[in-house]
Design a protein around this ligand. Sequence first.
Ligand code: PEP
Ligand code: MN
Length: 245
Amino acid sequence: MIKREFMIIAGPCVFETEKELEEIVVKLKELGVEYIRAGVFKMRTSPDSFQGLREEGMEIIKRIRQKYGVKFVVELTTIEQIQKYSEYIDVVQIGARNMYNYELLKAAGKIRKPILLKRSFSATYNEFINAAKYIEKEGNKQIILCERGIVGFEPETRNTLDIQAVPYLKTHTKYKIFIDPSHSSGCRYMVDTLSRAAIAAGADGLIIETHTTPEKSRCDASQTISVEELKRILEYKEKYFEYFE
Ligand code: PEP
Ligand code: MN
């Protein structure tokens, strides 16, 4: 039987220096991770929070991508950024805060790179699927839907992972379905469990905030896992596929 194709995207929420990103990329590459996430244009709740390295960050990504031959998944937040920077990267991420930004979705539909579209915090499946259709209608069919936790009533966790999104979206759409266990829970200790749940539920991939020194991460440190913790998730995935698929 053919094993499910499964993609792991790992890397920092955000990076502050070229050296920091390079160290992370080296370690992740050693683990066999091919797709690196890295925040450059951050959509922070407070305007006083670090907003990412922005233009300078994209130049850093361009250099590291060339030097190490890894692929980059980066959130772009404006039409201009999509036009200018999609050539620098391999997958364009549209963040949860922009799922309803229809002009941005149309711009993503005009390029020929895969789009990782994150579900908004309180979007219904129907709204999520319609957002994807805005991209597809412009001619871009390479769409990945990413469930990243929805608003719940529990203050102890950042969001609540809607694991049901996997079977629902797999049944009702033809898109790839990914899970983000980092923003779902906001808790480092839950990332392993939620990743296993995603694998068992039939997801096509995971996007996981990972850092060589998670506690020093400038953003989302509490949900960022270490490279060693990521290694255990990769090992679990291999075992799961060996026994169950
Ligand atoms: C992210 O993945 O960096 C991010 C900000 O996620 P979301 O858009 O899901 O909040
Ligand atoms: Mn983050």
